[in-house]
Write a protein of this length. Structure first.
Length: 429
């Protein structure tokens, strides 16, 4: 039996938490507990505001997507709400598969009704009668808890034909992934739900216009949706007072690796990486690097721990927040092996649909294997050329970001330094 969710939330019970405030303190099976802890007050508020009012609050909050791309949620919601084509669909992306990411799992296992309520609000605001919760196949406990929460909500009239007597109909169907990372890409999810191979579609058209079954579709990550609850409870403007101007609210970070207290941490945007790591027990003098943003992210050096954890701050430092991965590596870790593992992951998970990614991820892994045996500057040059081709010409985010971590390890950490030139012999001169 896997350890329960509480073990993954070192801050459980801290009254300053927003997104994690119920995790580890309420019974995730009990709708009564959820309501007693403030559940369903946000949906009631949504009904008072009306669909347009909800979209306005989300826009005013400055909420941006938490899956890695940070697209403004208010713009997405307004775009779906304004589409004349019907029906509209809602898809919650719960296919959390980025290596080192486990925040959505903690939310779903520890506070499943929050996601059900947040999906209901999103559907109400954007005119969706049907929602799909696309959940990672390797999350059986989260799936069971959500199945239970959906059934309990339906039994109490919180899902179904006429929610709380408001004349609004909405229901949620769970679809389980089957182990492919690419099925977390939003358009690959649509193909998977429709019964096709989980391959990304070319964008545009964006899902807001033509998504699931060719209809306007709102796709948001679990954490993005759960943020809508505090936004409605306190108002968008109040929500936006936490964090920075461009990164509002709080963020869940998945801290793992060589730290004393790994787990999911919730902090306001703007705290520094050093402050976050202090919460997790601090780092040792043997710290070598921190991988920020996951396999598609970048390495940060020990001298850069004062980087502010915001979208703009990490971008300015040549890194990314991604989905919130903070993987701490000390000098006991063989970095070349970590890079090989990342390259193997992308090669394995590439759907193979487009050449730059299908071939590039293989070439990248081969070059890293050669480099781990003997540094050769030709292989570093090859990695750069292949990496640039993947970034420029791949259809989706997997191929576009498959070289990010390797590039940053070479450029920022000095992995695979160029061999010193062989001194020229006196005869040659
Ligand atoms: C309407 C436009 N909508 C963009 C929408 C688009 C999508 C969102 C972001 O994710 C990230 C990467 C990694 N009109 C629009 C529009 N949209 N322009 O905005 O779009 P995009 O294309 O920037 O990003 P994306 O392909 O959705 C790429 C991260 O994902 N990643 C892995 C993430 C893994 C997890 C996890 O395991 N939980 O999140 C890998 O690449 O950080 O930034 O909805 O439709 N003009
Ligand atoms: Fe598939 Fe890779 Fe192309 Fe994405 S970039 S569509 S994963 S082959």
């Amino acid at each position: 039996e896997e350890p329960d969710v509480r073990a993954a939330v070192p801050q459980a019970g801290d009254p300053s938490l927003v997104l994690l405030r119920r995790v580890g303190t309420v019974d995730p099976a009990s709708l009564d507990d959820y309501r007693a802890a403030g559940g369903y007050a946000a949906l009631r508020r949504a009904f008072q505001l009306g669909p347009l009012g909800v979209v306005q609050e989300v826009a005013e909050a400055g909420l941006v997507g938490r899956g890695g791309a940070a697209f403004p949620a208010g713009r997405k919601w307004a775009a779906v709400a304004g589409q004349p084509d019907r029906p509209h669909y809602l898809v919650c992306n719960a296919d959390e598969s980025e290596p080192g990411t486990f925040k959505d799992r903690v939310l779903m296992e520890g506070d499943p009704y929050a996601l059900v309520e947040a999906m209901t609000i999103a559907a109400y605001a954007t005119g969706c009668a049907k929602g799909y919760l696309y959940i990672r196949g390797e999350y059986p406990r989260a799936t069971r808890r959500l199945e239970h929460a959906i059934a309990a909500a339906r039994a109490r009239g919180l899902l179904g034909d006429d929610l709380l007597g408001q004349g609004f109909a909405f229901d949620i169907e769970i679809r389980r992934g089957a182990g492919a990372y690419i099925c977390g890409e939003e358009t690959a999810i649509f193909n998977s739900i429709e019964g096709y191979r989980g391959e990304p579609r070319s964008k545009p058209p964006f899902p807001v216009e033509k998504g699931l079954f060719g209809k306007p579709t709102l796709v948001n990550n679990v954490e993005t949706l759960v943020n809508v609850l505090p936004i409605l409870l306190h108002g968008g403007a109040a929500y936006a007072r936490t964090g920075t101007e461009a990164s509002t609210g709080t963020k869940l970070f998945c801290v793992s690796g060589n730290v004393p207290r790994p787990g999911v941490y919730e902090v306001p945007f703007g705290v520094t990486l050093r402050e976050l790591l202090t919460l997790a027990g601090g780092t040792s003098p043997s710290l070598r690097a921190v991988l920020l943003g996951g396999a598609a992210g970048a390495f940060v050096r020990p001298g850069e721990l004062d980087i502010p954890l915001t979208f703009e701050g990490t971008r300015a430092a040549g890194a990314t927040l991604g989905s919130g991965v903070v993987l701490v590596l000390d000098d006991s870790v063989d970095l070349a092996r970590i890079l090989l593992r990342i390259a193997e992951f992308f090669r394995d998970e590439s759907c193979g649909q487009c050449v730059p990614c299908r071939v590039g991820t293989v070439r990248q892994e081969e070059a890293l294997h050669r480099l781990s045996r003997a540094p050769r500057s030709e292989d570093v040059t090859l990695l750069r050329e292949v990496g640039q081709a993947m970034r420029d010409a791949s259809i989706c985010g997997l191929g576009q970001t498959a070289w990010n971590a390797v590039e940053s390890a070479i450029d920022r950490l000095g992995v695979f330094p160029a061999p010193s030139p062989v001194p020229s012999s006196p005869e040659a001169s």
